[in-house]
Each structure stands twice: as structure tokens, then as C-alpha cells.
Design a protein around this ligand. Sequence first.
Ligand code: BGC
Length: 748
Amino acid sequence: MKLARLATLGVLASTLAIYSTAHAQRPRTTPAPTGPWMNTSLSPDERADLVIKELTLDEKVALLHGVGMPTDEPVTPENAASNRGVGYVVGVPRLGIPGIDMSDAAYGVRSSGVNGRYSTALPANVAAAASWDTDAAYEYGKLIGIELRAQGYNMTLGGGVDITREPRNGRTFEYLGEDPILAGELVAKLIEGTQSQHVIGDIKHYAFNDQESGRNIVNVTIDKRAARESDLLAFEIGVLKGKPAAVMCSYNRVAGDFACENDWLLNEVLKKDWKFPGFVLSDWGGTHSTEKASKAGLDNEEPGRSWFGDKYKAAVEAGKIPQSELDDHVHRILRAMFATGVIDYPRQRFVVDPIAGLDTARKIEEGGIVLLKNKANALPLKAAGLKSIAVIGAHSDVGMISGGGSAQVDPIGGNALKPFGQGPTHWLEEIWFPSSPLKAIQARAPQAAVKYDPGVDPAAAAAAAKGADVAIVFGYRWESEGMDLPNLSLEKYKADGKEVDQDAVIAAVAAANPHTIVVLESGSPVTMPWVDAPAAILEAWYSGSDGANAVGNILFGTVNPSGKLPNTFPKSESDLPRPTIAPPPPMHWSAPSQDAAPKVPDYGVDYNEGVKVGYKWYDAEKKSVLFPFGFGLSYTTFGYSGLQVTPGDTVKVSFTLSNTGARSGAEIAEIYAALPESAQEPPKRLVGFTKVKLDPKGKQTVSVDIDRKYLSIWDESKNDWSLLPGEYTFLVGGSSDKLPLKATVKLQ
Ligand code: BGC
């Protein structure tokens, strides 16, 4: 472990040296702001209005759009002050209003390598969701905020919260699972953490961007009640509790209109019903009109100005867009800057603390790893008794995989599969972080002979496993923005021209060695034709900058696993609401940036399963699953007793949780409710959760307040949430399929 750390630090030292030279040459570009709007006793709204009074039409329009993608474009007078991220809004230099400097930052700051900077890769968002830990979500967001500021950015493009309606979605790892209440509560904390650092927070992709296939054209059909109770509920909680200053509308269409010119989504739901005071920016290239989009509630076009630049100005001058509409957009953007403090606390570049980043990343990963199987307490491993260990597969000698696309964080020193110094990462390329499980395992069992086999040939892998005291086999599935998965199997990849069948490798290893431990690295659920064979299975997700140490700590019991699945693992794709994702039309339609859009090809998806996403689907359809939502084992055991449900403004659910085993551990207690018959809802829904640490024989009375909204249905006729009077059954326990406590109460 020491060696691995030292190597990491060596790379960091050179990264920081490059940084300090570059930094010394960078001029300070934004003058200090002065003016009545700098009176901090005024509200963000008042301050925004004072600025608006000073602005010319050109200055207002300049706030409504970006000036391209500085990452990929030459330096121009407009983007010179930017930090060369994916988006930049110029601001109002004359008045000292800074530019909005945006970076992708789903699980860490993107593209920092090209700036010669370090950024921490946190475990993928789905791993943070598996921790079910709101404090960890805050720390996750806060670290991103700290590192964005350190690098010179003042806005994140993170905050993905589309629920896992389609588990083959190539961006499942960027999201927070299949349940809207779990995802919404977590994203709210993540946003709070980021915005605590005076960085404009974002929540995306609004809404129903649940697949990548044909994402620029796909037209989503869903009924309004189901929409409000599922995908939109995650956003509602995120927006109301996390108070992001920005919302990114998505590429897809909903009920015929593009999300970024969809009056229902932007004006009706977001701005009117949820009273969202911030600004809506389009996903990159997701703006398709001027007047229509402006009227529907889009405030800012990214990354360029095809529709919200000269055309916008002309439309205002021609009276086609009212001044009040323009001012509302400008107000929202300026308000966001005042509310988050990006004007009062100007960006100041500084050196990131990589050690703190590694610690945060590792701790969050340790809390998110899910122990799926542990026959006869095969885990934790007892280092002292181990003479030989076989480590097999998935490049576990050198690294652990990360999720790709615009979320991609540059690994320290580059892709672990390639020689050092190969330059920036590339789109749709698997990126392996140089965090070596082999080294982490050897460091924890120094007296054992640890052999590595690449796990490309089942017979060779079985031979390596046979006779070892324990075989630890790694399996992976890579995913990325820009693609969906054809199925939920482990990756089929090529090694020396031959296709590697990881399922066959795992099956062969488990057949050769009864003490086989499988460690999975995936963003989505995976199917496991070999599930009965190994002694233990861990889901480690995409594990971030210090993933191997987190896995090592779980394997050897330094840390007791406590994660639970935020997504159901089905037995097979045929159990999903849609056995396949319909392929988009062959003609690649890229969204036009100029003039009238050609007819959008006909391609749609009908979410007629409605509110039945994830476990709600399997419950309602009575389909058994591989591993249920909310499932995860521990090295200790927990007992539940004494459930009491007290109705009131919120519904108080109390019970006693005890650690009945011999080790300290954390338990995620899950609270579900079955609504009255009249609601016609799936059998149960998650309504609350909490994570509690307990020492052996420890006991704690746990109380969770349930928001009445979480027990309500969306009543279309009232356009509001409605709690139907009747009998509600509360179910409490440690997994959606194992809920030992039950109490029924009348609510009205
Ligand atoms: C993605 C967004 C991302 C943006 C900027 C788009 O392709 O969908 O999530 O923030 O690019 O990189």
C-alpha cells in the first residue's frame, strides 16, 4: 500500500509543479465588482434587479448564451478569461460581474489533466447512492465544490438525478438509482454541499433523459400522474430541498416538445409549481428555437449562441419577445450568481489537497460497496491465515475502471492501461484509474504469495485459482454517455484478438476454488449466470481515485460493508418493462443549430409502465429478482423491533434497531408504505430511510419523519399532491424484500 501511495504522490508532485508554473502566468481578468448591488444586506433578487437597470440590450443578451466550448476552441477575447472548461458565459466585465465558468463535475472535475491540474475522482454517483448516506452525499458535493473553485470554475454541471427507468442507460452510473425519494434526498444534499463552496449548483437532465439511444430525438410518452410520482419527484425534491441555482434541461422530447422548449416542464412544473427561482440552461446543443424556447422558460443556451444570440436580439427589437421575458431570464441568471455567492466570493485558484480528496473518495466508496453474498462468512478474509491468494481478471493488477463521457475525470498519471504521459483521455475510451487491487490485496496480506492471472482464458484462470487459499476474481462492465448497454451482462472484450467471456471465467474460477470471491465493477445492474457458485460477491461500482484501498479494506474487514442496492438487479433483461431498447432510426439526426429544424425523425419510447420503476415494477408484476432494491449484507447482523407510527404534520415512524452480531457496523433502515387500495399504486414505495452506526450489542431508538407528500398521489384534477384518506401500512427493515416490522394506521 505504501508503495502505491508513494507512486501516487510522486505523480501528484509533478502535477502540482506544472500547475504552479501555469498559474504564475495567468493574468487576473475580472475587475473587483463595485456598485449598489454589492450591498449584501439586499436580497439576491434586489441585487439582480439593480444590475439589470444598468444593462444594455447587448449585455443582457450576452448573459443568455455561452461563447462555445473553451476546452476545444482557440483562445478568443471572449473566452480568454475562462478556465477552458466546457462552457463560458461572458458576464458583464464593465460592472465587475464575472463570467460563469462551467465544468462538468458529475463525480469530480472533468478535464483537469489538460490544465495540468489534479482532481479527485469520487466513486460514481451510483456508488454514493448505494451508501444511502445523506452526510456522505453532502461531502461528495462539497469536495466537488472545493475542487471546482480551486481550479478556477464557479459552476458545476453535475447533479444528475434521472431515475433508473432503463438500467441499460449508459449513464446509469451518473445517477442515483431507481427510487425518486432516495435519489431526490441524496441529490439535494449533494447540491447543498457544492453550493456551500460558492459554486453555482446544477441538477440535470430535466427530464426523462432515461436512455442514450437516440437521445437527441427520442420522444417520451408518459402520463402526467406517473410522471409527477416518478422521474419528476426526484427533481422536485432536489429542487425544493437542495435549491440548485441552475437546472439543465435535457436533449429528449416529452409529449412532442423538446425538453428545452417544453412549456409544461419548464414553466408549469419547474417555475410555477416548484417556484424555482434560478435559471434553466440547455444541455449542450439542446436548444432548438428562439421565441418558442424563450417563452417556454429556457433562460440560457449552451454552449453557443445559435438561437439565443443575434436572433434573440433581433426578436426583442422586433417586439416578438417582450422585454419582460428577456428581463426575467437575465434576472434569474444574475440572481443565481448572487444567491450562491459567486460574485461576493470571487474565484481564487489554489492547490487542491489531493490527500483529503483520496480520503473522502475512499470513505464514500467504503460506505457504498454492497456485499451481495457471503456464504459461511467467507468474508472478511483473515490475513494471518492466508498463504496464497489468486487475484484474477479485469486488469486488477493495475487499476479499476471509471464511467465515461462528459463525467469522465482524468486519472492521475493517465489511463492505467497505457504508458504514462499519453495525454488527455478520449471520448468513448475505457479509462482505468491507477488504483491497483492486486497491490492493495498484497499490502494487506504481506506474508501470502499473491499471483495474478489476467482472467482472459477460463482454463488458465481456473488453473491459477486451483489450490490457492482464496481466489479473488474481478469482473467489469464499462458504460458511458453516448451509448446504452445492449444487455446487462459483464463486458465482452477482446484480448489478443480473442473475445473474453467474463461470465465463463468467473464460473471456471468458482468451480476450481470453493473460496472464490467475486468483485464487480459496474455502473448498472449486472446479470450473474454463475451466482450460486462463488462464496462471496461484492459490487464495488466505479470506485474512484482510491477504489482499490476501499475494496481492500472491505475484503479484509478493516471496514464493515454497509451499502445497499439503489437499483434492482434483475435475473434477466427479459424481466424489464422493455426487453430491448428500440434502435433509433439509422439516419443520425444531429440537432440543427441554425434556422428551422428539419422534421425530427420519428422515434419514441412509451413509458406505459408509468410509476412502476425498478422494484415497483417487479413487485407489481410479481417477478422474482436476482438481488432486490435496498439489499446488502454486513459482517454483523441487525434486529428490528417496536415499530410505532404516529400521524401528524409529518408521520413519525419509530422503532428500535439493534446490532445483534459481534462487529461494529452501520445499517440502512428502510421504511416503505403500502397506500390504501383506492390509490391504485404498486404494492409499496420507499418513504424514508436512515443509516445508523451501532457497536456490537448496541441498540438505538430510531425516529424518521415522513413527509406527507411521500405518502400522497399526484391528483391531476387538482394539479397537486393529495393524501387519500384511508389505511396505510408501514413496513420497516433492511431490504425491500425483508421488512420484519409492520403497522397499519389511518391517515387523512
Ligand atoms: C451532456 C451533459 C454535459 C454537457 C457538457 C452533454 O453532452 O449530456 O451532461 O454537462 O454535455 O459537457
